[in-house]
Design a protein around this ligand. Structure first.
Ligand code: SF4
Length: 587
């Protein structure tokens, strides 16, 4: 089958059974693949409430019809499960080389169910799949575990693994692949840890058939030209120039979101990082952009830090020391812990200490404290044990809920929604909690200035449109950085891309329907998990404290949220109507 493999591998760790299923062309065309396919299987397999840390919580790892085809920036894979951090639906995406390797082994998706009795890893080698003992790598950091698993299987294999944080069931734990690429947010590492699953190792050699190889080659050549023309800054610096841009726009979260500008921005800017620590760059599979930057200091040579880490472990905790930032980034990657959530949780601890809410000394910006607390969050020791549950958990346990900066339990990323107000709606409506990737309207509001930043008025429509468009990008799967420059930032480019790979060109209506369906499936799952419309909000700090003289207006926010629900076909309490469910085939 062109584009897709028509294969889903189902692995039950409890029974140690492995089965291959054929999803069939109709399901693949309807869901597209990637996020759409993973959401479909997850939604079909979960009924009633799901405890994130139970064997009943499935993990779906999916690729899309463009994955591994050689089309531009299509090396990503998608993971769907229930989040231990939020208790709600979790989707996470990671780059590198893993997605194509899964396709080359012959699979569109892998569903992992149950839990092993002892530490194991899954080894997929083309048609072979086995469950192997992970005793030798349990307890190892991501770098060591990856090296050992490559040596034990195939040096060309791609390794997806958890670090000690995942083994310790830390709700902020990541799943890493290719060492530095992360399924980062919402704690998927703890889900694997709970399954006693240290790693998935994949080696594939079969390639992927595409419907129109000449068109694929022409597309790649055009993508190279467009990269040169429009995305050179991304190639040269990655995401790090955003630190100065958000600071200039007054939305760089600083001191636990009490300011939008950092006095020491020159010390942690992307330009300074590049000038003093840059060592090289690399690209994910088939990506002409190659935005990943290597930096080194002392004995550390590491991918990143990216913009989100510069804010979370930099300005937001008043850390102006790039050497500490690089060391903290490396530590988080090796222990397998999310840099955004851990940084925002540290900011909560620093404010709690300053206000006397906790007795512990947690000084702002202190390098030794930062590194020590990150380590103990991963190992769950001392104050780190409480912080390892994230800012919401720490505040519920110790007090200080008014300055725990999260949505649905997930800590906020690096765009203060008082200065990019569309993000207030985007954070609120994201099914996984505060997320900058579902509808990154800050690009239009702060960087490109195509939309007014300081108002919520008329933002429901653009947010829904972005959510739908990017849901399809995540189903194909194409990297959203390339999407900005190469793929025209709209749904219009997608039918021809899908046709090049699969031979089937969906209509724009088909794609919009697929996006609406997967959003509603995710939402229905969250409703079953106990969601109410009160969960669709942002921290009170944004309504009650000014940023450059501006705060969010609560009435405007509620009105915009209702506009959003109406556009999705949900009632004013956020419950999908019968008509919507029927239209989307979800009755
Ligand atoms: S733009 Fe960067 S993150 Fe995206 S696929 Fe290319 S190298 Fe990977």
């Amino acid at each position: 089958m062109n584009g897709w493999c028509n294969s889903v591998l189902r692995i039950d760790l409890s029974n140690e059974t492995i089965r291959e299923e054929r999803p069939g062309r109709q399901l693949l065309e309807t869901t597209i693949g990637g996020l759409g396919l993973a959401t479909h299987y997850f939604y079909e397999e979960t009924h009633g409430t799901v405890d994130p840390l139970s064997p009943k919580n499935p993990v779906v790892l999916a690729t899309g019809p463009l994955t591994g085809t050689g089309m531009a920036s299509t090396g990503r894979a998608c993971m769907v499960t229930t989040s231990p951090l939020t208790g709600f639906f979790l989707q996470s995406h990671s780059g590198g080389q893993l997605g194509p390797e899964i396709k080359y082994a012959g699979h569109d998706a892998i569903i992992i169910e149950g839990a092993a009795r002892r530490p194991v890893y899954i080894f997929i080698d083309d048609d072979h799949c086995s469950i192997e003992s992970a005793d030798a790598v349990w307890g190892k950091g991501v770098k060591t575990a990856t090296r050992m698993l490559e040596a034990a299987t195939d040096p060309e294999a791609r390794v997806l693994t958890i670090g000690p944080a995942g083994e310790n069931l830390v709700p902020l734990a990541t799943v890493q692949n290719d060492v530095y690429r992360s399924f980062g947010r919402g704690g998927p590492g703890a889900v694997l840890g709970c399954k006693n699953l240290k790693a998935v190792v994949v080696r594939g050699t079969k390639g992927v058939e595409v419907a129109d190889p000449d068109a694929v080659l022409a597309h790649l050549a055009e993508a190279r030209d467009l990269t040169h023309e429009k995305l050179q800054e991304f190639t040269n610096f990655g995401t790090t120039p955003a630190a100065r841009k958000t600071n200039n726009g007054g939305v760089l979260p600083t001191k636990n979101f009490t300011s939008g500008r950092f006095d020491h921005i020159d010390d942690i800017s992307g330009e300074t990082l590049h000038e003093h620590f840059w060592k090289g760059r690399r690209a994910c599979f088939a990506c002409p952009i190659g935005c990943t930057q290597y930096h080194a200091t002392g004995g550390i040579r590491s991918e990143g830090p990216e913009y989100e880490t510069l804010f979370s472990l930099g300005s937001n905790i008043l850390n102006d020391d790039l050497e500490t930032l690089i060391a903290a980034n490396e530590l988080c990657n090796d222990m397998g812990i999310d840099t955004i959530s851990s940084g925002v949780t540290l900011a909560w601890a620093m404010e709690a200490s300053e206000r006397g809410v906790i007795d512990d000394e947690v000084p702002w910006g202190d390098g030794d404290t930062i590194l020590s607390l990150l380590r103990t969050m991963a190992t769950r020791e001392g104050l780190g044990e409480t912080l390892s549950g994230g800012a919401r958990h720490a505040a519920k346990t110790l007090g200080g809920e008014s300055f725990a900066m999260h949505v649905k339990g997930m800590e906020l990323p690096g765009y203060d929604p008082r200065g990019t107000q569309g993000m207030a709606l985007s954070y609120s409506t994201s099914s996984r909690g505060a997320c900058h990737l579902r509808a990154p309207i800050y690009v239009d509001e702060v960087f490109a200035k195509r939309q007014p930043a300081y108002t919520l008025k008329d933002k429901a429509g653009p947010v829904v449109e972005l959510e739908n468009t990017l849901a399809i990008a995540d189903s194909l799967i194409v990297c959203r950085f390339s999407f900005r420059g190469i793929h025209t930032q709209s749904m219009d480019a997608f039918p021809s891309l899908i046709e090049m790979a699969t031979g089937h060109a969906p209509t724009l209506e088909d794609l919009t329907q697929a996006a609406e369906r997967l959003w509603t499936q995710q939402h229905l799952f969250n409703i079953a998990q106990g969601w109410t419309s009160g969960d669709d909000t942002v921290p009170d700090r944004f309504f009650s404290e000014d940023l450059d003289g501006v705060r969010l207006d609560r009435n405007d926010f509620i009105q915009t949220l209702h506009d959003y629900y109406a556009l999705r076909g949900w009632d004013e309490n956020g419950i999908p109507s019968e008509g919507t469910l029927t239209r989307l085939g979800l009755r």
